[in-house]
Design a protein around this ligand. Structure first.
Ligand SMILES: [Zn+2]
Length: 242
């Protein structure tokens, strides 16, 4: 398996406009410029639902968005966003490559999951816009996030990767809790050479809506990773349900 770290410029721009953050001071002027050039194009790129009230056909929207995207490419503010993202992309790729063998080893050893012979694309966005999600059907990860704590990016790339490796499990709620126990907690602690479940310094770890379930199954989970007896994450998921 290989992770390929790429930047899709149009997605980089659209994601940045969609999220409400300022990566550097000139960014607000850039947004004002785009808005003045085409409100409709801006709304399309930024994913604003109001765009739907201003068109007859979706194709108009795409065309207007494309026109504005081409203008944006020429602006120095976009070039700065791209350069900063490229620097971050290189750092992320290096970090992953340095730790990949160790991480995938734990995924196999602790979760019993087979690592497929696949290339997974990671579309990298600017870290200030705090991105982290997966397009499961496409084997694509979308990522760009500051390291809120040590090895944050590695832990959450592993988390997103686990969504892909467990995609055949249709009941996401329990599996999502297992993904957090494995990546956000066990693998985090191993990567960092110490730490506790559910807390990293002053930060809580994981989605709050999964915390209750995770704490309930924690004793069984610890037992499972210590001695799986040939069982994998899917078997464990079924056991929790039953
Ligand atoms: Zn998740």
């Amino acid at each position: 398996m290989k992770l390929k770290f790429l930047i899709d410029k149009k997605y980089l721009l659209a994601h940045a406009l969609w999220r409400n953050a300022t990566p550097f001071p000139e960014w607000d002027d850039f947004k004002n410029y785009l808005w003045q050039e085409s409100i409709l194009g801006y709304q399309f790129l930024a994913g604003s639902p109001e765009a739907l009230l201003q068109i007859n056909k979706t194709s108009e929207l795409i065309k207007e968005g494309d026109k504005l995207y081409k203008k944006a490419l020429k602006r120095k503010e976009f070039k700065k966003l791209l350069a900063e993202t490229e620097k971050y992309r290189q750092w992320l790729e290096k970090e992953w490559n340095k730790n990949e063998k160790k991480i995938l080893g734990w995924v196999e050893e602790l979760g019993g999951l087979k690592i497929p012979n696949k290339t997974i694309t990671v579309f990298v966005t600017h870290p200030k816009f705090r991105n982290g999600t997966t397009l499961i059907e496409k084997y694509v990860i979308l990522w760009g996030h500051p390291d809120d704590w040590k090895n944050y990016s590695l832990v959450y790339l592993t988390h997103e990767l686990l969504h892909l490796l467990t995609k055949k499990c249709k009941k996401l709620f329990i599996m999502h809790a297992l993904i957090e126990l494995l990546a956000d907690n066990e693998i985090r602690i191993r990567l960092n050479g110490g730490g506790a479940y559910f807390k990293e310094g002053k930060h809580s770890v994981g989605h709050p809506y999964l915390a209750k379930l995770e704490k309930k199954i924690l004793p069984k989970w610890k037992e499972f990773i210590k001695n799986r007896k040939g069982k994998d994450l899917f078997d464990f998921e079924k056991k929790i349900k039953g």
